[in-house]
Design a protein around this ligand. Sequence first.
Ligand SMILES: Nc1ncnc2c1ncn2[C@@H]1O[C@H](COP(=O)(O)OP(=O)(O)OP(=O)(O)O)[C@@H](O)[C@H]1O
Length: 259
Amino acid sequence: MSILTVKNLTKQFGGLVANSNINMEVQKGSITAVIGPNGAGKTTFFNMVTGVYQPTSGEILLNNESIVGLKPHQVTKKGIARTFQNIRLFGAITVLENVMIGMHNHLHGGLFSTILNLPRVRKEEKEARKEAYRLLEYVGLESFFNEEARNLPYGAQRKLEIARALATKPKVLLLDEPAAGMNPKETSELTKLIYNMRAELDLTIVLIEHDMKLVMEISEHIVVLDHGEKIAEGTPDEIRNNEKVIEAYLGKGAATTAS
Ligand SMILES: Nc1ncnc2c1ncn2[C@@H]1O[C@H](COP(=O)(O)OP(=O)(O)OP(=O)(O)O)[C@@H](O)[C@H]1O
């Protein structure tokens, strides 16, 4: 069953067509990768799905319901969360507080009740802290809970972004280059985390990634973009051996090196 469907999705920036008539179905519970050379339109695609950009034309359906026209926070509420290519954390507040920010979409206490320090709000905040800590444990960052986010090593900051995205209780998680800047040990931990999240949290995961070892190891389905167009899609084996993809992106050694 397709949880996320895009139909003829197009985005133009002036004369530049960043996404051209993209059609795609993301199966519920799958791990899908979107790959392609720099400038192929991958992040633009994520930006449309998350409401950051409005498409020039085309449809985006979450569980058969159109999400075109929604603002980013409304898309988050519908169940799509993301991380960013350039990490976007609040550096000067703690790791735990960064995760709590991800929760504000489903907390009830408004400004007035917060100012009045109502018992209901205090209780809610206490529970939010507990839940945030639990998410930090889940991604393996609990020992950093009281650190300022900017003091975390790079790989840990990437994991913190994932914890914050999980705090919004998503159905679909979009990861934009989650392994960028990670060392091999961190990448292998990340691979495990992605697998576990999908299995344990009933998630569908879509990732943009240049690390082909990770992509080939983890994805069930791969979509390849080049110059804004979808040039191929299929299983890792099909993509690894696809002439067009080898030509545009993977290079000649791909069939042997990224296995
Ligand atoms: N806000 C914008 N205004 C104008 N052009 C843009 C904008 N956002 C993206 N583009 C252009 O759209 C094209 C696709 O960019 P995009 O960032 O989606 O590529 P990408 O595949 O994510 O690349 P990378 O792998 O380098 O992150 C590029 O030519 C880029 O310069």
